[in-house]
Write a protein that binds this ligand. Structure first.
Ligand code: SAH
Length: 518
């Protein structure tokens, strides 16, 4: 450790208002290199994806309470200790660290302790809330000034730092942080000091996130509206004529899937193109990785085949994971691509072909239709009578391909190289969301996502399953997945014509578009 102590440094980084895409490039760069991250309640935990796996993550909790909350003194001490031990610390704070974020207090302590630091600004929630609620915070025709104030300090208290008399009419747009609890007092003060009770006001909760909730009223009415809508912190209050422009500019909440809570069932390992596509349209994606890919316990079938590879005419791959786990085993046995010179190689589709190319190999055969049936047909056209065929694949998979080939006279070796296992945990969370009717739609991208989802839901009976899924729509990527859904007594509501992720997203958007207009 000694000698490293010089390197310790604290980076106070603004996380932005909520949408993890609103952090700065500098902030992301620092997260990618952090050894310790101390993060707040308002910093989106999705940002922790950028952090190296072995970094220490410390949740500093919610200001003013909570079971695991640290006091400000404890946080300061934590930063000093970790950086003092030579580590690179990112202190991640919601919005901008220097706007009602107590950033300066932390820096003062670091300075006193002789710790090096840097501050990275962030998009503050005031500008984000305004933008995402369709309100330009300034506008030449409406306002020439903006004030950011804290509503945390009760306006009634004698030693107030806010000159309400001057502020009420002195600033065109007024944005109030932490103002929900004191909203009745705040609006009253502004009106008492001369602000027109008809001044438009918007309140925006969880701005820039898929659960953003905004309401609108006037200084005279907003308190009631907020109470009736049940809006709780964190929310911002925006006061001023600019709020009128919301009717024209509102865009975020108007996206086709805004407010829809969609379960995405995918494997943890696969890049989530579906999540990206749905979020782009405004959906709130609840990612339940229903499949976890693991190696199999027994590789003896594959090992025997690898010992006599020259005796095989064909090597078939029907999935990305099949390729990945086949090569893992090949390499583990000190073999490589050169050992595959003998058999011809066929793959089920373009994605699998792409995976194969990573290992320096190109398939001899890709069928026109990217299914097991399509691949079987293409192989039969080549003639497989008497051919020895090796098929590394999942432990449990459909038998169509090996059976069809065997019927045509081929000798097929099915070698299990990986397995799909349902992940542990999160079952209670999922069941709770289903029971509360929080979930609008569940998406399935393969038959195993269906069976594993149902394993996770763990319904005691078909009745319980139907009651948990009552009102929940189901989207399936293609006919085989849809059939698996139907085999479990459930109905598919959405299915695209072509079996691709972008087509699935389009079909979901179209479904809700029709539901909204029809
Ligand atoms: N440093 C932060 C503010 C911290 S004070 C920033 O620059 O945004 C905490 C207050 O910020 C909350 O009470 C709320 O008023 C506001 N806030 C933070 N994130 C918000 C969000 N996503 N939506 C609405 N208000 C938010």
């Amino acid at each position: 450790m000694s000698g490293r102590t010089n390197r310790g440094k604290v980076y106070l980084v603004g996380a932005g208002p909520g949408d993890p895409g609103l952090i700065t490039l500098r902030g992301k760069y620092l997260l990618e290199r952090a050894e310790v991250v101390v993060y707040d309640y308002l910093a989106n935990p999705k940002l922790l994806r950028h952090v190296p796996k072995d970094a220490e993550l410390i949740y500093a909790g919610k200001k003013g309470g909570g079971l695991h909350a640290f006091t400000q003194d404890e946080i300061n001490q934590l930063l000093i200790d970790r950086a003092g031990a030579g580590r690179t610390v990112v202190r991640l704070k919601g919005g901008d660290p220097f706007i009602f974020g107590r950033g300066a207090e932390e820096i003062e302590e670091l300075v006193a302790a002789g710790i090096k630091f840097e501050v990275v600004p962030g998009v503050t929630s005031a500008t984000a809330a305004a933008t995402y609620a369709g309100i330009p915070i300034t506008h030449r025709e409406y306002t020439a000034s903006v004030a950011f104030i804290t509503g945390h300090e009760a306006p009634g208290k004698k030693e107030s730092n806010i000159a309400w008399d001057k502020l009420a009419t002195g600033a065109g747009t007024i944005v109030i942080y932490m103002g929900i609890k004191n909203l009745p007092d705040i609006t009253r003060k502004l009106m008492d000091h001369g602000r027109d009770p008809q001044t438009p006001v918007a309140v925006v909760r969880w701005a820039s996130t898929p659960v953003q909730h905004s309401v609108e009223g006037t200084l005279a009415t907003i308190t009631d509206i907020v109470r009736k809508a049940g809006i709780k912190p964190p929310a911002l209050v925006i006061v001023g004529e600019v709020v009128r422009l919301r009717n024209t500019i509102d865009w975020f909440e108007k996206r086709p899937l805004f407010g829809r809570h969609i379960v995405v069932t995918r494997t943890r390992e696969q890049a989530s193109e579906l999540v990206a596509g749905l979020e782009e349209q405004g959906a709130d994606c609840l990612e339940y990785s229903t499949i976890h890919i693991e190696p199999v316990a027994d590789y003896s079938v594959l090992d025997r085949a690898l010992d006599e590879l020259a005796g095989y005419q064909w090597l078939l791959f029907t999935s990305l994971n099949g390729v990945t786990y086949f090569f893992r085993r090949l390499f583990a046995r000190n073999m490589d691509a050169r050992d595959l010179a003998g058999p011809k190689i066929a793959v089920v589709g373009r994605a699998t072909a792409g995976e194969l190319e990573k290992y320096g190999l190109r398939p001899d055969l890709v069928p026109e239709k990217f299914t097991g049936e399509g691949l079987a047909e293409a192989l039969l056209r080549q003639g497989v009578d008497g051919a020895r065929i090796l098929l590394p694949r999942a432990l449990k998979a459909r038998e169509v391909l090996p059976e069809t080939l065997a019927r045509a006279g081929a000798e097929v070796t099915v070698a299990p190289v990986y397995q799909n296992v349902p992940p542990r945990g999160r079952k209670d969370e999922l069941r709770e969301q289903l029971r509360e009717g929080f979930i609008d739609l569940v998406t399935f991208t393969s038959s195993s996502t269906v069976t594993n989802f149902l394993t996770m839901v763990d319904a005691a009976s078909e009745e319980e399953l139907r009651s948990l899924l009552a009102g929940v729509r189901i989207a399936a990527i293609g006919p085989i997945t849809a059939k698996t859904v139907e085999d479990h007594g459930l109905a598919v509501d959405i299915q695209p014509e072509r079996y691709t992720i972008p087509d699935l997203v389009d079909a979901i958007v179209a479904h809700y578009h029709n539901a909204n207009t029809g």
